[in-house]
Ligand binder design. Structure first.
Ligand code: CA
Length: 297
């Protein structure tokens, strides 16, 4: 049974991003970081200081950012994993990936609970099977984990780290893998949730403290909550933008769900109907998230 949500979503930042993505809560400065892949920007939003939003111009195509244990951040650009020091704006290459594949870029990325940085690639013309999910491990070594991916998205881990949830968007499926926290290996792929065609495409994803998945729906005007053990949809939260790209829990209590959206490809009539498309949204969804994992390298 799916409950109609009484949860209201509010605009946190009217950034007008082309392709807002990759929200991540950073407890070091109580800020939500997120990216605009197509405008090559990292945004920060500090809820306690409403007018403190910042946009930092970076290189193409910054697609994900994570806090780094040794300080600053790690992030994915078009061709690999980089370190980023916000004090000096310096980017340091950690590991090059697929630099020889023209027309590819990184997409969604996130750290596992142990601190590895997983991120996947896609071809920019969305050619089937051209992407791979990679893991950045000890010593910045890179391992391919899942090959033959089309649009790599939606990473989340169960609280004990033993299950990885993963989305390859065109399949409309959320996959579960057994995840070995000691080695970072994946096995036993199965379908955890199947998104009906009329609800748009599953994009980014997060998990709450009760083990339920929150999925952003590209072309679906919503985020939804699912039970991955039963494949059942529990809740739908309407978002006032059609292209909902990702979501993450934030706030000092991890009790706010932050939601990113996109403007790219919308014509004038569509933008008139959704003037805040590309904005960062926020909702009280009545459940908490899990702490953000930092890259251990
Ligand atoms: Ca995405």
């Amino acid at each position: 049974m799916t409950a109609d949500s009484k949860i209201t979503v509010s605009l946190a930042s009217d950034a007008q991003a082309q392709l807002g993505e990759g929200p991540v809560w950073d407890a070091r400065d109580d800020s939500l970081y997120w990216v605009d892949i197509l405008s090559h920007r990292v945004y920060s939003h500090r809820p306690e200081e409403p007018n403190s939003d910042r946009a930092i111009e970076l290189s193409p195509f910054v697609s994900s950012i994570v806090p780094r244990r040794s300080g600053g951040f790690a992030l994915t650009l078009q061709d690999g994993f980089y370190g980023y020091d916000p004090a000096t704006a310096e980017l340091t290459l950690l590991a090059e990936v697929e630099a020889s594949l023209p027309g590819s870029r990184f997409n969604d990325g996130k750290c596992d609970p142990a601190g590895r940085y997983l991120a996947g690639t896609m071809s920019m013309d969305e050619e089937k099977g051209r992407g791979t999910l990679y893991s950045l491990d000890e010593g910045h070594s890179v391992k391919p984990l899942v090959p033959d991916v089309t649009i790599s998205n939606g990473l989340a881990w169960s609280g004990d780290g033993a299950t990885l949830y993963y989305i390859d968007t065109p399949t409309r499926c959320v996959y579960a893998f057994d995840y070995d926290m000691a080695s970072g290996a994946v096995s036993n792929r199965r379908v955890a949730a199947d998104i009906p065609e009329e609800e748009g495409f599953p994009d980014g994803m997060t998990i709450d403290a009760e083990g339920m998945l929150w999925i952003a729906h590209w072309g679906g005007w919503q985020v939804t909550r699912w039970n991955p053990a039963t494949g059942e949809k529990l809740l739908s939260v309407p978002v006032p933008a059609s292209q909902v790209t990702s979501c993450a829990f934030g706030g000092e209590q991890l009790d706010k769900l932050y939601i990113t959206t996109a403007r790219v490809g919308l014509d004038e009539a569509a933008l008139a109907a959704q003037p805040h498309a590309g904005g960062l949204f926020c909702a009280d969804v009545g459940v908490r998230g899990l702490p953000t994992a930092q890259y251990f390298g």
